[in-house]
Design a protein around this ligand. Structure first.
Ligand code: SF4
Length: 294
């Protein structure tokens, strides 16, 4: 178990200040959440939320450009379109698309898996709940969802979605899955609140590089050179639960956008840190200030 070395309650006032500044609906346009938010139909929001979260790796501007191609090809009613696609149709939609090391075969496989889940279960929440319901553990829900997503019942020569659908028990922080769950479960005018069978208290923080770095700056997570693991997401969520037991993931959007916005560059910068709500608590800023003679 990873322990958080700093008393989280001492940080509550700072985290609330970040929440107030960055948890704003105007910021959604710079976030992959803008993809599912653009649809009115709940099932369209759900399937496009899954697609958007699956693509959410690498630079935001790069994956948003790729996502806009997928959005254009699926049209105004993507859930209905997907439900009508066979493997050949999925290949056609994904033809020529690539995002970093993920190619058109993996993208077509993702679409085929979603097509199967929409036709077979009417959406993604039922297969998630089949795993989550008995234990209340999101990992069990994700495992159940992924098992229904791939392989599809009909034989196909598509290779599977590969990196687009993470392996649930790999020990990775599962940022993209947890991002999707945050969008589906939380309901505050920013997150979509479509799934009523999962309480926000069960969510894990979608630990991206920005949130991970800031949690280390605050001393919530221990400093390290390696990337985040699932244990770090669990530890940060447990710490934030001490501030908000019912909704620990509500700080995620704000902390992430402190980084995405470019305000936090991960190192001391006089003018930038002076304007940051975390300045008095951040070990990087406190070190920077103390090294200056003022
Ligand atoms: S004080 Fe500076 S380094 Fe610390 S979180 Fe804020 S912007 Fe980042």
């Amino acid at each position: 178990m990873t322990r958080h070395p700093r008393r989280i309650r001492d940080l509550a006032v700072f985290l609330e200040a970040v929440y107030l500044r960055f948890h704003r609906s105007a910021t959604v346009s710079e976030d992959p959440l803008s993809i599912p938010s653009a649809y009115g139909d709940p099932l369209d929001r759900e399937v496009m939320g899954f697609v958007a979260s699956a693509f959410a790796f690498g630079r935001v501007s790069a994956f948003m450009a790729k996502l806009s191609c997928v959005v254009d090809r699926l049209g105004d009613h993507p859930a209905a379109r997907m439900a009508g696609l066979d493997a050949a149709g999925c290949r056609e939609v994904a033809s020529g698309l690539r995002h970093r090391f993920v190619g058109e075969d993996e993208i077509a496989s993702l679409l085929l898996g979603l097509s199967h889940v929409v036709r077979g279960s009417g959406g993604l929440e039922p297969p998630f709940l089949r795993g989550f319901g008995p234990t209340g553990d999101v990992m069990d829900g994700l495992e159940s969802l992924v098992a229904e997503l791939w392989p599809p019942p009909e034989p196909t020569d598509l290779p599977g979605p590969g990196f687009l659908v993470a392996s649930v028990r790999s020990g990775s922080p599962l940022k993209r899955f947890n991002l999707f769950l945050r969008w589906m479960v939380r309901d505050d005018g920013i997150d979509l609140g479509l799934w009523k069978g999962v309480p926000p208290s069960a969510l894990l923080i979608p630990l991206d590089t920005h949130v991970d770095r800031i949690a280390q700056h605050l001393g919530i997570l221990p400093r390290r050179r390696s990337g985040p693991r699932l244990a770090h997401a669990v530890a940060l969520t447990r710490a934030l639960r001490e501030i908000d037991p019912e909704d620990p993931a509500r700080f995620d959007f704000a902390l992430s956008h402190l980084g995405i916005s470019g305000q936090c560059r991960g190192r001391f910068h006089d003018a930038v840190c002076a304007d940051c709500p975390l300045e008095a608590a951040c070990r990087v800023a406190v070190g920077g200030v103390s090294s200056r003679s003022r």
